[in-house]
Design a protein around this ligand. Sequence first.
Ligand SMILES: [Zn+2]
Length: 338
Amino acid sequence: MKEKNVMYADKIVAIDAAASELDTPPEVFAPVFRYLRRNGFRYITYHAGEDFYHIVSGMRAVYEAITFLCMNNGDRIGHATALGLDISQWKNSVKGKILMRCGDRLDDLLFIYHLISETHEESLSMVLPFVVEKINSLAVSIYGDYYSVSELVQAWKARLICPFHLEVLSSGHESAMYVVDDEELKSASVLSDRIKKLLLAYNSRECRRRRNDIIEVDVPDILNIDQLHVLQLLVLRIMHEKEIVIETLPTSNVRISSHLSMDTYQLWNWIKWEDEGHSIPPIVLGTDDPGIFCTNIYNEYANLYCNLTSRCKMTHVDAMKYVEKLYRNSVVYQFKKN
Ligand SMILES: [Zn+2]
């Protein structure tokens, strides 16, 4: 489009992705987003943390989208529901047990380990030995070989690298279907042989099959309810520091996502947690897809205002102040042309 339909390409202000999260993690789109970014598309908005079996997988999806797509300040995460749900309510909704793929379970534990070690979160440090023990047993059953937790975390973080380029690097194989991208090849070439081997194993058919084995996980298990909430706050803090914006989409979330009504909507929690002194990233209001959800941005603001005054028992003045704050965010964080 940039070469042949400049008239239309010029109107594109950002690239969005809204996929089935349960089958398509952020790593799938990461190379394409980075390619677009290198070629003049400044902003990204990525829908993540909306659909998940385990709430930690939802938090991880947000974190992976931010890191794998190399998001910058002003980029957005759509939904981020997993970062705002009340953990006790979520636990009750899954009735204390979850069936999930063991590969996802392993990735969730690597994410927990990485987050606690990176942020030096003291209130969670006591769970690390249990996390490590579980990682080791799951990793051996999936990869059939011993890898240290640090290697497993490195390989998880390196999933942003396009698997095709990884293969080009390992076997010299080139397919006519793909153009080799030097930038991608460069990031793949700095990996150690062990990490490359682990990544190739991760992408292999055999390993995929083993990762898809279904296991039962108790809720809560290694991390209790309060500790899961601390995890939410850690990711929110990272987003706040990086100035990654949350695009919250109420009508969509009530129609097709985690909520039966606006009663449990995560925005009320974000407002509360911010009042309690926690770092919450900038929030903007959105429609998700006005055609599908039969809404528009005016309707979303009106709905929010009514809920703030009724459900949240805010005074009209305070509710209007909050609406104004969201509106101001939408002006500040508007996707602008380069
Ligand atoms: Zn969406």
